[in-house]
Design a protein around this ligand. Structure first.
Ligand SMILES: [Zn+2]
Length: 293
């Protein structure tokens, strides 16, 4: 049986704002040595304020400072519950649902939803190593995913260029690390690959010309020729990235109706986080919150 972090456990852990603040304090300032007097005595909570102080010199620290929780009048318990909800569903919770469950206005719900995605995205993966599958996909206004085979049809049905389409480059490793990057015109495919993948890696891509020549930068570059219906060559395949695309497509189409290109990176980051933490629901809440630190 897989372990789960349940709503009962959540309620026991975070019954009020004080408990939430304590958690943030622990995450950010556990074992803090006072920056003013260098005392190692544990900081204590200042009553009725969102701060803790040094028992020796009264120097104060503010756990929510420089975090998503800093400039918010929304109770911390609401934030924590919104994060908890994110761990209970496969494709995430829409702002509409937060609005309903928390009884806050839609604007607040949407802001919370975006801020929590930023927390989920903050994963400090570093450069990818091992076998790394790389591919790109294009998403339109309605985010209908077009397979890379159809990327030549980067146009509307009447032949005009569709400026509301955004390209995303995706990276998936054998140990299931996932990165999505929304593309603009500032970098070539190769520059993006070099930004995210360590030279010691073995690259697996399709035969798009944008990847051609990367073999000189990498240990190896395996090209799977999708156009000739090749999807696997020996131990090399692109199943991981294909699976990542279908998750991104499902999340955007299924849960979030009005996603603008502006927020595509946020949604993509959330999907990447979910793919990487799929079987870790029991610690997902702590993982998301730990990105506050
Ligand atoms: Zn002190």
């Amino acid at each position: 049986m897989t372990l789960r972090y349940t709503i009962d456990q959540f309620r026991t852990d975070y019954p009020n704002d004080d408990a939430c603040l304590d958690k943030i304090f622990q995450l950010r300032f556990k074992g803090l040595i006072c920056p003013k007097c260098e005392s190692t005595k544990e900081f204590t909570r200042v009553k009725n304020r969102r701060s803790y102080q040094c028992p020796n010199c009264s120097q104060q620290v503010y756990p929510t400072k420089d975090t998503v929780f800093e400039k918010t009048t929304t109770p911390l318990t609401y934030w924590f519950y919104a994060i908890f909800l994110q761990t209970t569903t496969r494709n995430g919770v829409a702002a509409k649902e937060l609005e309903r469950q928390l009884n806050v206005c839609y604007k607040t719900a949407l802001r919370m939803s975006h801020q929590i995605k930023i927390l989920m995205a903050n994963n400090r993966l570093g450069k990818l190593t091992g076998k790394v599958q790389v591919d790109e996909s294009y998403f339109g206004m309605k985010f209908d995913n077009m397979h890379s085979k159809k990327r030549a049809t980067y146009y509307n049905e009447d032949g005009t260029r569709n400026d509301n389409k955004a390209g995303v480059m995706g990276f998936v490793t054998d140990d299931k690390k996932v990165i999505f990057e929304v593309m603009d015109d500032t970098k070539t495919f190769k520059e993006r690959v070099r930004k995210h993948v360590d030279p010691s890696a073995i690259l697996v891509t399709d035969s798009h010309l944008g990847y051609k020549g990367l073999d000189i930068n990498y240990l190896k570059h395996e090209v799977i020729n999708h156009l000739q219906n090749e999807f696997k060559r020996g131990e090399f395949h692109t199943n991981g990235i294909e699976n990542a695309w279908s998750n991104l497509k499902r999340t955007i189409k299924g849960t979030h109706i009005h996603v603008s290109v502006k927020y595509l990176q946020l949604y993509a980051d959330e999907v990447a986080f979910r793919l990487m933490n799929k079987d870790k629901q029991d610690i997902m809440f702590d993982t998301i919150l730990s990105h506050v630190a």
